[in-house]
Structure formats: structure tokens, C-alpha cells
Design a protein around this ligand. Sequence first.
Ligand SMILES: [Zn+2]
Length: 385
Amino acid sequence: MRECIYCRNQKDDDEFTLEHVLPQFIGGAYAPDELKTRDVCKKCNSNLGLFVDAGFEKSWLVHNHLKSAAHAFFNPEKPTGLPFVCMGSSDLQPPEMSDGEVCELWLGPLGERVYWIRETDERLYWYSGGNPRTVKKKKSRAYFIFSERSNKNIVLSWLSFKECFEGKKVKKIMCSTVEGADPLKIGFSNPDELDHERINYFFTHTRQNEREVGSAAMYLHYDIRFLAKIAIGVSYCLFGKKILNTDYMQELNKALWYRQGEELPNVNFGSNLRSKDDGLLSEMLGCENAVTLTLLPNPVGLGINLNISSSLNWVAQCALNEDLDDEDLQKIGNGLVIVSFKTLQKGIALEYPDFLAYKIGSYQHDGLNEIYNQMGKHKDYFKNL
Ligand SMILES: [Zn+2]
């Protein structure tokens, strides 16, 4: 029998699985092996992935910031698609939508539109694209409409259409006819009677309407459980079992299992979205179009700083000095920074002092330089199109 670090239940050995304490989208794959553990039960691994990791990643702001990085690294010489961005639910009411369904509007790289009619999930109302498990299983329908700008790079539109909703159980309908191209070859289906009615509806309404209202739902505490989960995982991986019995860990644990409406736990978390912030942390600890995670020794212990594209920034205290001994402090060392570029499938880990030196220009990092030179080359492609 062992204890799971998240639910704190005693379970049999075969109920445990490998956990990356940093999820993939914040550079888990590039993190050192010390930040992996086998002391997480399968149930937590799976449920916290859906309710905690996805609750953060799919919240509207985070979701769109993560997607916009793909645009920054777009290379017009290489034919690739780009992700669609979720604009929230549309106020359009296409025919035969049921009460439990929503019509979500997604925008493509050249202004292409997708109306996605799918089931809603009341519990996960702030998730862009809904419950990721439901959309893999339950059939939904999506209607694709070209924009006038699509002609500027039709291959880009075409490839983006192809990649949009991959892995989801979506019936994809092309609303326009494309001369010389066969939409069935890139995953579209033939429209049935209902689809034809809806296509007519979309064309009539998008032509008549001067404006369309989209609404994105936001849950204000979408980040608490996520920050707590990383703080617990990092702390445990570095400092071991003894850290689980501290008072601060109890508060982190309350934060991990926080439910809407409960009193907020006494943890030191912060975000530049909530507080007046001078932008210094974002500037110093962030990298454009990357997710940056810093393990940061600070005057009270060990903190983490999470930054998306030098724009969204969070801080969370992992452990307090009073609970750490000299050996623990040695493990923190000078701190560690993981810079991850998901679109490029690249990640770079470097020591905190080296990273700071890189940021102020007194140290050149070949890997980071190469990535940012590449990004700079096509920076204005979409602007000049
Ligand atoms: Zn568990």
C-alpha cells in the first residue's frame, strides 16, 4: 500500500502510474526526470487531467494565447495548417438545435469560420470546445465557411480545415463548393437534408447580419487547482514525503480540491490578470510565443513562475523555508527555467541565472537564438497578406 500525493488515499501498488508533474503544454517533456513521480494513482492521473489540467489549458484566455504561438512560427514556404481559435458561443440559432447544444464559432487563420454545433457540459462551461472526453465520443457537426482572404493562401485554408477537429467525433461539412477540389478527401462528409438547411441558414444570416455576438464564458478561479497541482508535484518530487505533512501542504491540498463557492485556501498564488502588476515578472521570466516555467528560489522558500508568451503570468509558492533543510535548498540550487515551444516541439531547460543573463543580453543561447531568428523571418506575413 502507498499514498497518492494528490488524493492522499492509501492504495495498492498496481493502482499507481507514472505522472509528469508538469503537463505537456508547459514543457513536461523537456523537464528533468526528477520532476516525474510514480506516487500518483491512476484515478487522479486521469481525473485531474480532465478537471484540472484541461480546466486551465482550455480556459478562453490561455487557450487562445497558446494557439496564437502557432501563427508566430508559421513559415509560408512550408505548407502547414494553423489552428482555429475559439470565439465562444455564437448567438445564431441554426435549425434543429436541441436545448443541450451550443453553436460555437471558431475562426481560422485567414478569417475562415466554423460553426460547431455540439453538446454542452454544464459543469465545464468555461472550456473552449467543451468537455474533451465528450467530443471524442459523441457525434457533433461543424460547418466550414471560407473567407474572402482564403484566396490569398488557399493551401493554408485547406490544410487548416483538414487539421481542425482532428481526433474528435465531428461530422465536417463544407458549406461552399470548391472547383477542382474534393472535400471528402480531407475528411469532410456529404451534407444531408438538415445540413443543407443549416448551410442556407448560415449564409443568409452571416450576409444579413452586420454583427454577430459571440460570448466566451470565463470561470474566475480556473487556475487555482492547476497551480496547486503543480506546486504539490514539484514540492514532492524535490523534497520527498516529509513535505506532505506540512501545514502549507494542507492548504495546497485544499486548493487542489477547491470547489466553486468554497472559502479560498490560504496559499500564496498570484496572477497578473488579478492584481495590479508592473509587468516586470512577465518581462523578465517570459518569452514571446513560448510557455516558460521557472522554479524560483525566493526569500520565503521555493516558488514557481508560469508565463505564457510574455503576457499571462502566474506565481505560486510551492514550499516555505521553515519546512526545508539545507539539503532541500541545495536541490533548488539557483533555480531552473524550462522554455517550451509546443508548435515547434522544442523545449529548452536552463539554469535560472543563465536565463536571466540571456534576457538582459549578456549571454547568448544558441537554441533560443535559432528559434527566435526563425520566428522573426516571417513575422509580418499575415499583416502584409
Ligand atoms: Zn490519487
